[in-house]
Write a protein that binds this ligand. Sequence first.
Ligand code: ADP
Ligand code: ASP
Ligand code: MG
Length: 419
Amino acid sequence: MALIVQKFGGTSMADPDRIRESARRVKRELDRGNQVVVAVSAMKGETDRLLNLGMAINPRAGADCPREMDMLASTGEQVSIALMAIALNSMGFDSISLTGRQVGVYTDGAFMKAKITSITADRVKKELAEGKVIVVAGFQGMDPNDDVTTMGRGASDLTAVAISAALKADRCDIYTDVDGVYAADPRIVPQAKKLPVISYEEMLEMASAGAKVLHTRAVELAAKYNVKVKVLSSFDELPEDITVDLPGTIVTSEPDSIREDVLVSSIQRTTNEAKVTLVDVADRPGTAAKIFQLLADHSVVVDMIVQNVGAGGEADLSFTVERPDLVRIKKIESQIKDLVGAQDVLYDDKISKISAIGVGMRTHAGVAARMFEALGKRGINILMISTSEIKISVVIGEEYTELAVRTLCDEFHLTESVK
Ligand code: ADP
Ligand code: ASP
Ligand code: MG
């Protein structure tokens, strides 16, 4: 008998029919003789609805009363756990729902982006031993003051992986609206190749480059505790034969096939970033340190950084940040200018970041040249570039996002010819 954690996302919990359909996946695993712990997200759109309600009363509610915003947002998952437990009970299983607090998901006190500090899971173990099917609320935890926290958008994946690690589960199944991880978002490239197995390392780069299908911190945690993750669909027809394994993508430490011939295994995009340029900054030692310290003091997370030094001894410094952080930067604009003598601060939020990822890049040259040439041929101008060992990212105009993803999928043979 294996212990499987099954996570159902918002689309899999969207309405009573979908919840019943998801519950059939739980039943299937139980019928196979396994123990199951379920983790669920709020119903599709519910977290947005709740947060918008708070902001309708105070547009700055996130900054002014983050504790209350977490209290509010966490209710979405509370509704879902009860509905899933009702569905499972109606199928004849003894099922109970538990909130993050009841499970013992302890976090730090950073509301809206809390980090897990420990999971006791005592209650889960006790109820499991009594033969119950446990349904755990994703996304939420409890801080040292006994206050409800949430762990960032999309973080129910993180709950599922964390519970899997705490219970030493045999597998963590992430059910969503696609049947696995693809070389590119199948919504942009419907013919993108499906990746049957992928390493934690590549998945982590993909997630941080925008592959929403798994939360970055969930992949990080899975790698740390060696949790075997499988991504699969809650929408596909279930096979009659319960012994058949459902198709999906396995994320693991050792992918079956070592594919040295594959230079680039996926193309991802993010459209949630903005570019900030400080014009005519004094080109002196210590300038960059001052700017980025000030930004860090205001909790602004910087991604790419590019500096161009002009002949006159002055530099333009550009960097990208998450779009919502622009508000914070604009507030300290004059402070930034004074600190480093910048003439102007320019903002561009009509950008996107396109990344090519692949472990093959480590040992093969020329990927960057091919990537830039393919984009150039399509008339796509590159605004910024950054590289890591297995990833090359470029910032381009937002209007070219989909064209760039498709172009690069063609260039690196990441599409199936017929599907
Ligand atoms: P859930 O609500 O189940 O958590 P998400 O919307 O967070 O689902 O994640 C699933 C979505 O991730 C898919 O609908 C798909 O559009 C998107 N996605 C982005 N990149 C990829 C990729 N490389 N492979 C599969 N899905 C991807
Ligand atoms: N309900 C939360 C969100 O919408 C968490 C999740 O779905 O994973 O961000
Ligand atoms: Mg998700």
